[in-house]
Design a protein around this ligand. Structure first.
Ligand code: ATP
Length: 328
């Protein structure tokens, strides 16, 4: 660790998420507040290797708290996975007089940061930015809340057309190997069934459940399917299965896709990003390294990066039960 920290760098890496700009703003302004210089790094680790830098001051981040995406751009860098690439990145940071690095990204980005720290002893701090909410050590990742609102808005619109035509809709949402988006947005959107990777409902139970819904007088149904669900069929195969095994349903498929990553961050994500940015910078200024900042029980807490990477998030079983009861 340097004796005094005079300059920090910040980058966004991996998949973008709403709230990343608000986090950049918070990092830059916290640096300014503590009279520390701040260097913005474009295109994640790729920009670190190419020395694609921009000096940032408090005014340079005006007007971005409400913008989706990331003004620093993001990238997946193959070169940073190599020792030579990371050495170049280290040399560039040293040449710029940077004393610590704040990485806004997912677990892959944190893995890169940890390896970088192990090799060069360079202080690193992580801010979890991903819509999937799949990072251990925080109840909410940046962008999760915004993505939920986007998905619920889409489900509401799909519901309008589904009920007008007595249709069954399968709606696929993001989340990779976890069902946090599907479960929360499914409950909020009044889905009849929610298929998540953590719980294999099974095709028979799905058909049973849809039949029961119909018998109970429902004229339309929405089934939320997490992209990583384990039912063994993709969303189009599910449609075919229901077409073949259930009578009287007009089945449609809607894959929401990348629109879930975009849009203006919610109030929750803006506040979260601001808190995380302050905590990340102030932690590194206390000469701490290799931590991720997170929200736990309403407070900003630190989790060692290796735990954040290795730990698994758990699905909220109470929500599963609520969802079952609500689809009665
Ligand atoms: P998302 O959750 O949106 O996918 P992520 O941060 O997990 O975000 P990744 O593509 O997995 O996204 O990682 C981002 C970048 O971090 C990679 O492109 C690479 O540059 C770096 N990185 C990931 N794993 C490693 C590793 N084992 N060694 C060095 N760098 C890595």
């Amino acid at each position: 660790m340097p004796k005094t920290i005079k300059k920090l760098a910040v980058l966004t890496s991996g998949g973008d998420s709403p709230g990343m700009n608000a986090a950049i703003r918070a990092v830059v302004r916290t640096c300014a507040y503590h009279s520390v210089e701040c260097l913005g790094v474009y295109r994640g680790y790729e920009g670190l290797i190419d020395a694609d830098f921009k000096q940032m001051d408090a005014r340079s981040v005006k007007g971005i708290i409400n913008k989706g995406g990331t003004i620093l751009k993001s990238a997946r860098s193959k070169s940073f996975r190599t020792k030579e690439g990371r050495k170049k990145a280290f040399e560039n940071l040293v040449a710029e007089g940077v004393d610590g690095l704040v990485v806004i990204g997912g677990d892959g980005s944190f893995t890169g940061a940890l390896i970088f720290n192990e090799e060069f002893g360079f202080p690193v701090m992580g801010i979890p930015g991903t819509i999937d909410n799949d990072i251990f050590g925080t109840s909410h990742t940046l962008g999760f809340d915004t993505a939920l609102n986007t998905v619920v808005d889409a489900i509401d619109k799909i519901r309008d057309t589904a009920s007008s035509h007595n249709r069954l809709f399968f709606v696929e949402v993001m989340g990779r190997d976890v069902g946090h988006i599907a479960l929360n947005a499914g409950i909020a959107g009044g889905a009849e069934e929610i298929l998540i990777p953590e719980e294999d409902l099974g095709l028979d139970r799905l058909v049973d459940s849809l039949n029961k819904s119909r018998q109970s007088g429902k004229s339309s149904s929405i089934v939320i399917v997490a992209e990583g669900d384990k039912i063994g069929k993709n969303i189009f195969e599910l449609k075919d299965y229901v077409d073949e095994n259930m009578e009287g349903y007009d089945v449609r498929v809607s894959v929401l896709g990348h629109m879930q990553r975009g849009g203006a961050p919610s109030c929750f994500d803006r506040v979260l990003a601001s808190r995380m940015g302050v905590k990340a910078v102030e932690t590194i200024l206390e000469y701490k390294s290799n931590y991720m900042v997170g929200l736990l029980n309403g407070k900003m807490e630190l989790t060692p990066l290796d735990k954040a990477i290795k730990g698994k998030t758990k699905i909220n079983l109470e929500l599963l039960r609520v969802s079952d009861i609500m689809s009665t």
